[in-house]
Design a protein around this ligand. Sequence first.
Ligand code: LLP
Length: 423
Amino acid sequence: MHEFKYKNNHLYCENIKIEDLAKKFGTPLYVYSYHTLIDHFFKLKNAFKPVDPLICYSVKANSNLAILKALVDKGAGLDIVSGGELYRAKASGVDAKKIVYASVGKTEEEIEKAIRHGILFFNVESIPELELINKVACRLGAKTNVAIRINPDVEPKTHKYITTGKLTNKFGIDFETARIIFLSNNELPHLDICGIHMHIGSQITDSAPYIAALKKIVKFIGELKKRGINLKYLNIGGGLGIIYNKETPQTAKEFSRKIIPVLKSTGLKIIMEPGRFIAGNSGVLITKVLYMKKTPLKNFIIVDGAMNDLVRPSLYGAYHEILPLYNPAGSKRINIKYDVVGPICESGDFLAKDRAVSKISAGEYLAVMSCGAYGFTMSSNYNSRPRACEALVIKNKAFMIRKRESDKDLIRNEHVPNFLLGF
Ligand code: LLP
């Protein structure tokens, strides 16, 4: 369910005609629906009510401050992976005790900042990291909560770049090493090793890998219990898949029905870290058609949005539905296939390949759907393209939540040394 629908052949976001926004804010433009965002948060919250989890929205999916604030106001915690995300989390006003921090490469400086801020816990991914957190906590005279991120070695059946729970991946700690850590707790007196974390991958559409991973972890928790080690938290990560094309992911309700009994059996406080499930379908990327181009072998729609704005198609071969903002032909597609491409100087710069789209001409607009997660956050300035503008729509009101970068922004942090200036 999302709030992007046609009314009188025009695509709307909630009660706003998106074409009006494109004209007002320019393109490329990210448009988010407040109600779709919040609705997905509550879908998950309600589905998991019987275990009352702390839902730590995964900041990396969409880290715009307005998006974070909207979710934090509804009770969300935040899952962070860097000092920069900690900074954003603080700016959002989220309670420090609702922040969890993962990443295989936390620096000493980042660890110190997070301890000082008093986050709920670190999700720890290696023994050297554990030792460093202990050292920093000791220096600060603190005791810090940590959860061990277990790598359960299961195949999540998603793109290999976003598979994280196999032993060939850099993430997490295998069971054997985790056992050693838990049994030698006293060696790290500044840590309370009080939780277990797992995150096996992203855009997972089937519950089977989750259940397989959870079963292994719950067995491990039972084993620890027998040895007198009682944990407080079980963090089951994120990864819930959404519909981009013809996927049939389990709904939050179906998913919860399957795993709640297992979660309950642990008696632990449950943490979840969804990103895409909450933000994915709440955003679209609007782009303007610059040229229609026909070569002897192909048809191209050349648009002003590019791989620097949305890298998912180039990086993962990801499918995003493409819809015209004005669609007098209704849902009828013309029988010509197009590549929808941006202006960047790479053949890998495309938003769609061999796609049948409705009739479209230069000057008209297209919406690239389901771009609310890993859209803007993965954007760059490649080809010196200023990053896009972001707008948030609530009912019949639209707010600019990040202004378009200017040419000046592109060189703001650059410095030409004196020797090049002839001094
Ligand atoms: N927790 C941890 C530790 C994570 O690494 C991630 C995502 C999440 C939670 C949230 O996962 P989600 O619920 O959004 O699936 N750029 C890729 C996705 C990368 C996911 C990275 N980690 C894409 O565009 O598909």
